[in-house]
Design a protein around this ligand. Structure first.
Ligand code: 6R9
Length: 637
C-alpha cells in the first residue's frame, strides 16, 4: 500500500519534477488535496522574495492536529502513534495509540485553556524526550497557541533570551531529565531563566526524575494536578481552533552568523503539507512501518520528522529519551532489534561516534527489519556512509542523505529511498517542487554541471521560513538580501556531472558542531563575558567525530593563574551563557589577533592555523601587526 502522492519510480520522479516547475500551483494543490481543510484556499501561492512575503493556501483554514490525530481515528485508532523508549532500558517502554494520543492531547489542551491560554499566545517548552513533550507540542497546536521548544541542553541565559524575544506567557517543563547516567535539573534551570522573564505567569511542571524542585506559589503548578482537574471536569472534548493557513504554528530559534539566535517562524498550512509530503516521499514510508528518528524534538528535525510529518501521515513514530552510548554503544541497534524498526534516521556525528566503538556492539543484534536509512544535519563523509551502509544496512538498505535547514521546515534535497539513485556523500537531487541554484560571488546563476557555488533556492516551497519573529527586516537581510530574488541558504555546494548536489558546508560564520548550528559570534560573546577576557575570535576546525570542533583564540589579561584553569573557566562561562553544546574544544591564549588596518579580524588566517595549514595563509601584508601571526602559529594547540 502506498500514498496517492508517493513517487514510485525514477520516471515518476522526473515527470513530477517537471510538472512542479511548469505549474507549481497545480502541483502543490494536488498534494494539498490529501489533507483535511476546514475551508479550501482561494489562492495556492502569492509571493515575492523582495519584502519577502510568501503566502501558501491563503484563505484556507485547518488545524494541523486534526490532520495528525482526528482523521486517523476511524481507521487507525488502535495503531501505535508513538512508541517511547526510555533512557534506562530496564524502565518500561510506552506505546500510545492514535486514540490515546488524541485523548491526551485534548486533555492537555484543556489544561492549557484552564490556565488562560488562547490563540496566538506563546509558550516555551523545555522538556526531556518523553511522550508528554509531543503531547505538549500538539496541545498547543490544537488551540492555536504558538510553541517555542527549547532544546534541553541550553542554559538559563539562552532560555531567557528566547522567552523574552517571543514574550512567552507560560513555560512547560519537567523536574529533571535523564540523559545517560546523568540527570539534568530542568526546573531549576527554568527558575534561573525566569528571573529575567516577567512575561511568564505560569509554569507547568511534569514529574520525570523526582528530583526535589521548588514550586513558586501562584506561578508553578504540577502537570499531573492540572490533568486531574480536567478529569474531574469529566474530560470534556477539545474542539480544534480553526486556523488560517498562514497563522503561526511555531517559532524555533536557530543560530546565524551575527547576533543572538533568531526565531524562525513556520505557519500552519504550508508546513503541514510539506513535512508530510517530504516524509512520505523521501523515506517511502509504508503504512504500518516503524520510523525511528533519533533527533531531539528541540531541533527542527524532531519537529518535522518525529512529530508533524510522521503523525500527519498516520505513521508510527519512535521516540527515544536517551543517548546512543548508554548503557553502551549498541543502544540504537538494541532499539532497532527490540521494536523491529523499519526506517532509521540519524546524524553523521552519531554514526562516526558509534563507528569508533567497533563492530562488537552491532554483532548479535537483529537489524533485519531495517529497510531504509537516513542521515541529516551535516555532510556525511564517505567512510561513515560506507560503514552505515555495510554494517547497519547490510548493503541492501538505501541511505537517504537529506539536506535541509530549520528555515526550510522540511527536506529539500535528498534521494528518495530506492526510487532515485543514491551517491555516497551526496544529497543528490531536489524534491519535486524545490528549485535549487548555485550562484557565484556576484549572485550570477551558474549554468550546467560540474560546478560549485553558493546554494540558493529560486522559488518558494510550502514550508519556507515566513519571518524571523518580531523582526522581519532581519529575515530579509539574512536570507533574501545577499542575492536579489533568491533565498540564500548559507551553504556551499557542488553539482556533479549528473546534477547531484553535494553540500560542502557553511560559507558564513556558522559552525556545525555534531550537527548543531552555532554562530561564531555567539560563542565569542559568551567568552567575552568572562571578566578577564579582552577579546576573542572563534573558528571551526575539522573534528573526526563532531564534524567541526570549536577553536577559540583568546586575549586574556585577568588574574593570572595557570593557563589550564583560565581555559577551564572560559569553558564554564560558555556553558553557562549558551549551554554545554557550545563549549570550545580548544582555547589558545594569545597576546593579539591578526587584524586589518581597519580593525577587522582576519578569520581566514585563524581558520587556516586552526586547521594546521600554515602554508597558503594568503596575503598577510595588509595586517596591522604581521608578527602576531607567527606567535599564533607557534602556540597552536
Ligand atoms: C535539518 C537541520 C542546517 C544546516 C545546513 C547545512 C547542514 C543539514 C545536511 C547538511 C550536508 C546534509 N546540513 N543537512 N549538510 N548534508 N544532509 O540540520 O537543520 O539545524 O537548521 O542546520 O545543517 O549546513 O545549512 P539546522
Amino acid at each position: 500500500m502506498s500514498y496517492p502522492y508517493q513517487i514510485r519510480s525514477l520516471e515518476e520522479y522526473r515527470s513530477a519534477y517537471q510538472a512542479s516547475v511548469k505549474d507549481p500551483e497545480g502541483f502543490w494543490a494536488g498534494i494539498a488535496a490529501n489533507f483535511q481543510w476546514r475551508r479550501p484556499w482561494d489562492k495556492v501561492l502569492e509571493w515575492n522574495f523582495t519584502e519577502p512575503q510568501v503566502r501558501w493556501f491563503s484563505g484556507a483554514q485547518l488545524n494541523i492536529t486534526e490532520n495528525c490525530l482526528d482523521r486517523h481515528l476511524a481507521e487507525k485508532g488502535d495503531q501505535p502513534a508513538i512508541i517511547w523508549e526510555p533512557n534506562d532500558p530496564e524502565e518500561h517502554y510506552r506505546i500510545l495509540s492514535y486514540k490515546e494520543l488524541h485523548s491526551k492531547v485534548c486533555q492537555f489542551a484543556n489544561v492549557l485553556k484552564n490556565n488562560g491560554l488562547k490563540k496566538g499566545d506563546r509558550v516555551c517548552i523545555y522538556m526531556p524526550m518523553v511522550p508528554e513533550l509531543a503531547i505538549a507540542v500538539l496541545a498547543c497546536a490544537r488551540i492555536g497557541v504558538i510553541h517555542s521548544v527549547v532544546f534541553g541542553g541550553f542554559s538559563a541565559q539562552s532560555i531567557a533570551d528566547r522567552i523574552q524575544d517571543a514574550q512567552c506567557s507560560l513555560v512547560i517543563t519537567s523536574d529533571g531529565a535523564n540523559r545517560g547516567n546523568k540527570q539534568i535539573p530542568l526546573k531549576s534551570v527554568i527558575d534561573d531563566a525566569l528571573v529575567q522573564c516577567p512575561s511568564v505567569k505560569r509554569v507547568i511542571v511534569l514529574t520525570r526524575t523526582r528530583v526535589p524542585v521548588s514550586m513558586i506559589k501562584g506561578r508553578d503548578v504540577w502537570w499531573e494536578d492540572e490533568v486531574r482537574k480536567v478529569e474531574t471536569q469529566g474530560n470534556p472534548p477539545c474542539p480544534v481552533e480553526v486556523m488560517d493557513a498562514e497563522d503561526l504554528l511555531f517559532i524555533l530559534y536557530t543560530s546565524g552568523s551575527t547576533g543572538k539566535p533568531k526565531g524562525v517562524v513556520h505557519t500552519c498550512g504550508g508546513y503541514m503539507v510539506f513535512t508530510n509530503y517530504s516524509f512520505v516521499n523521501v523515506f517511502q514510508y509504508k503504512p504500518g512501518e516503524i520510523f525511528f528518528c533519533t533527533a531531539d524534538i528541540g531541533w527542527i528535525t524532531g519537529h518535522s520528522y518525529i512529530v508533524y510529518g510522521p503523525l500527519s501521515a498516520g505513521a508510527t513514530s519512535l521516540m527515544f529519551e536517551g543517548i546512543p552510548t548508554y548503557p553502551d554503544a549498541g543502544r540504537f541497534w538494541d532499539i532497532v532489534d527490540k521494536y523491529k524498526v523499519n526506517i532509521l534516521y540519524t546524524a553523521p556525528t552519531a554514526i562516526r561516534s558509534l563507528m569508533g566503538f567497533g563492530l562488537d556492539f552491532v554483532k548479535n543484534k537483529d537489524l533485519s527489519s531495517l529497510r531504509v536509512l537516513g542521515t541529516v544535519g551535516e555532510p556525511i563523509n564517505e567512510e561513515a556512509w560506507h560503514w552505515y551502509h555495510d554494517n547497519i544496512g547490510k548493503g541492501h538498505c538505501p541511505i537517504v542523505d537529506t539536506w535541509w535547514q530549520t528555515e526550510t521546515g522540511g527536506i529539500l534535497i535528498s534521494n528518495l529511498a530506492g526510487v532515485t539513485p543514491e551517491k555516497p556523500a551526496h544529497a543528490t537531487l531536489p524534491l519535486p517542487g524545490v528549485q535549487p541554484v548555485l550562484v557565484d560571488e556576484k549572485g550570477e546563476e551558474l549554468q550546467g554541471n560540474n560546478i560549485s557555488g553558493n546554494l540558493c533556492i529560486k522559488f518558494p516551497w510550502p514550508s519556507i521560513i515566513r519571518t524571523t519573529y518580531g523582526d522581519h527586516e532581519r529575515c530579509r537581510q539574512t536570507y533574501f538580501a545577499t542575492y536579489p530574488n533568491l533565498y540564500f541558504t548559507g551553504d556551499g555546494a557542488l553539482r556533479d556531472a549528473d546534477g547531484n548536489y553535494r553540500i560542502t558546508g557553511r560559507v558564513d560564520d556558522v559552525l556545525n558542531v555534531s550537527g548543531h548550528r552555532i554562530g561564531t559570534a555567539e560563542v565569542e560573546n559568551a567568552i567575552n563575558m568572562h571578566t578577564g577576557v579582552v577579546e576573542s575570535a572563534v573558528v571551526g576546525y575539522p573534528h573526526d567525530i563532531k564534524g567541526q570542533g570549536i577553536y577559540a583564540y583568546v586575549i586574556f589579561n585577568g588574574t593570572k593563574t595557570d593557563d589550564e584553569s583560565i581555559r577551564k573557566d572560559i569553558v564554564q562561562t560558555v556553558a553557562r551563557i549558551i549551554g554545554p553544546i557550545a563549549k570550545p574544544d580548544k582555547i589558545q591564549l594569545v597576546s593579539g589577533l591578526p587584524k586589518t588596518r581597519s580593525g577587522k579580524i582576519m578569520r581566514r588566517i585563524l581558520r587556516k592555523i586552526a586547521e594546521g595549514e600554515f602554508q597558503n595563509l594568503g596575503d598577510t601584508t595588509t595586517l596591522l601587526d604581521p608578527a602576531v601571526v607567527e606567535e599564533i602559529k607557534g602556540g597552536r594547540l
